[in-house]
Design a protein around this ligand. Structure first.
Ligand code: UDP
Length: 358
């Protein structure tokens, strides 16, 4: 197939502003290239595709990034800045995609406009929905597409898809990672880890509190989206608890992450998937997570980590004591079986082929 993948309008690929979607896109494009498909990626100017996506054509657009829907509230109106990158993306898709002869256009952005366009255009638009429910207008437009032709929608996990009004059982594709990019580390140090955008929905404060109770340092990797929130978390625990490591490219992130005894994953929202959960496991790091959202479907208790009741910091700290019972190589094996790039690309291909049938 000849496929156009439309990236998030939150910022350039490689900046971290697009959260997990940036890595999802890289894995998906590289995996589909490997399967012989011809790939084009439309992304914000300044985007960088990893080396194994080099065979993909990159279309870029300048424009003002979209504000992230999840930080605007459930009742927020749909907004469009002047010179909006999102508007330019979709103007370009409508103008150029028909003549370019794409078999399908795959949108990875969680924005109202491309969903709304879907039933109105002859272009075959598909959407890999990247978040659960965060906004009423988004819920409505996703439900409209589902009612029109649900084959155009795929989700990462059942917990995520359950947020939406869908006439049929959801198509679940999980996610996929280039496992050669993650090195297995058998022997950890006395260190806990946390990875994610530093923003309230990610619940860093709970991981910090659990680490403080265990008397272990917590290394924090990720883009600080909310400085005031980061400062409040820092102030909530003894000064030597948190080690701020910044936002690192995958190669460096995995090299540091592998030293952790466990990853604490403590989202307060219905996390659609949780890339960082799988990335940690790929390095052999067991994951201690709340039984909520996507991570609750990824963590197999006793195999690749432990699940505790949501928001129970005491239980999280107790789970740290149980982490020695997890075999670190079993964490890596779970990812190899369930979340490789090859597995994702095959699922995406099957989804598109099925959705393109009359
Ligand atoms: N990430 C990264 N470097 C860092 C910290 C995080 O590249 O230092 C990436 C990580 O690889 C993951 C993404 O940030 O792909 C976070 O995705 P996740 O699905 O966990 O959450 P989201 O941000 O999409 O809500």
């Amino acid at each position: 197939m000849k496929l156009l993948v439309v990236a998030t309008a939150l910022g350039p690929l490689g900046s971290g502003r697009g959260g997990g979607v940036e890595l999802t896109l890289a894995g998906l494009v590289a995996g589909l290239l490997q399967r012989g498909h011809r790939m084009t990626v439309l992304a914000a100017g300044g985007s960088q595709l990893p080396g194994d996506c080099a065979a993909a054509e990159l279309w870029s657009c300048a424009g003002v990034p979209q504000p992230s829907v999840q930080h605007q509230g459930r009742k927020a109106l749909i907004t469009m800045p002047a010179d909006a990158l999102l508007a330019r993306f979709w103007r370009r898709v409508l103008a150029e995609a028909p003549a370019a002869g794409f078999d399908a256009v795959l949108n990875l952005g969680y924005d109202w406009l491309p969903f709304w366009l879907t039933p109105t255009t002859a272009l075959p638009l598909f959407h890999l929905v990247s978040m659960g429910s965060v906004n009423a207008a988004m819920d409505a437009v996703i439900a409209e597409v589902a009612a029109w032709d649900q084959r155009r929608l795929a989700f990462h996990t059942a917990a995520q898809a359950a947020d939406f009004a869908l006439p049929h059982p959801p198509l679940l594709v999980g996610n996929g990672f280039d496992l050669s990019a993650y090195q297995f580390k058998a022997e950890p140090e006395a260190l806990l880890g946390w990875v994610g955008r530093v923003a309230p929905e990610k619940g860093l404060e709970d991981a910090a509190a659990a680490a403080a109770r265990c008397g272990l340092p917590l290394a924090v990797w990720g883009l600080v989206e909310d400085e005031a929130y980061a400062a409040a978390v820092q102030a909530s625990v003894p000064a030597d608890t948190l080690q701020w490591r910044g936002f690192l490219p995958t190669a460096q992130l995995q090299a540091e992450l592998g030293w952790c005894r466990a990853l604490l994953n403590t989202p307060k929202w219905n996390e659609a998937y949780g890339n960082v959960v799988v990335e940690a496991m790929a390095c052999g790091v067991p994951v201690l997570a709340y039984r909520r959202g996507g991570p609750a479907e990824l963590v197999q208790p006793g195999v690749n980590g432990w699940l505790v009741e949501p928001d129970d910091v005491t239980a999280l700290a107790e789970a740290v004591e149980q982490v020695e019972r997890i075999d670190r190589s079993a964490c890596r094996h779970w990812v190899e079986r369930h979340a490789s790039r090859e597995v994702l690309a095959a699922r995406i291909e099957a989804w598109l082929e099925q959705g393109l049938q009359p």
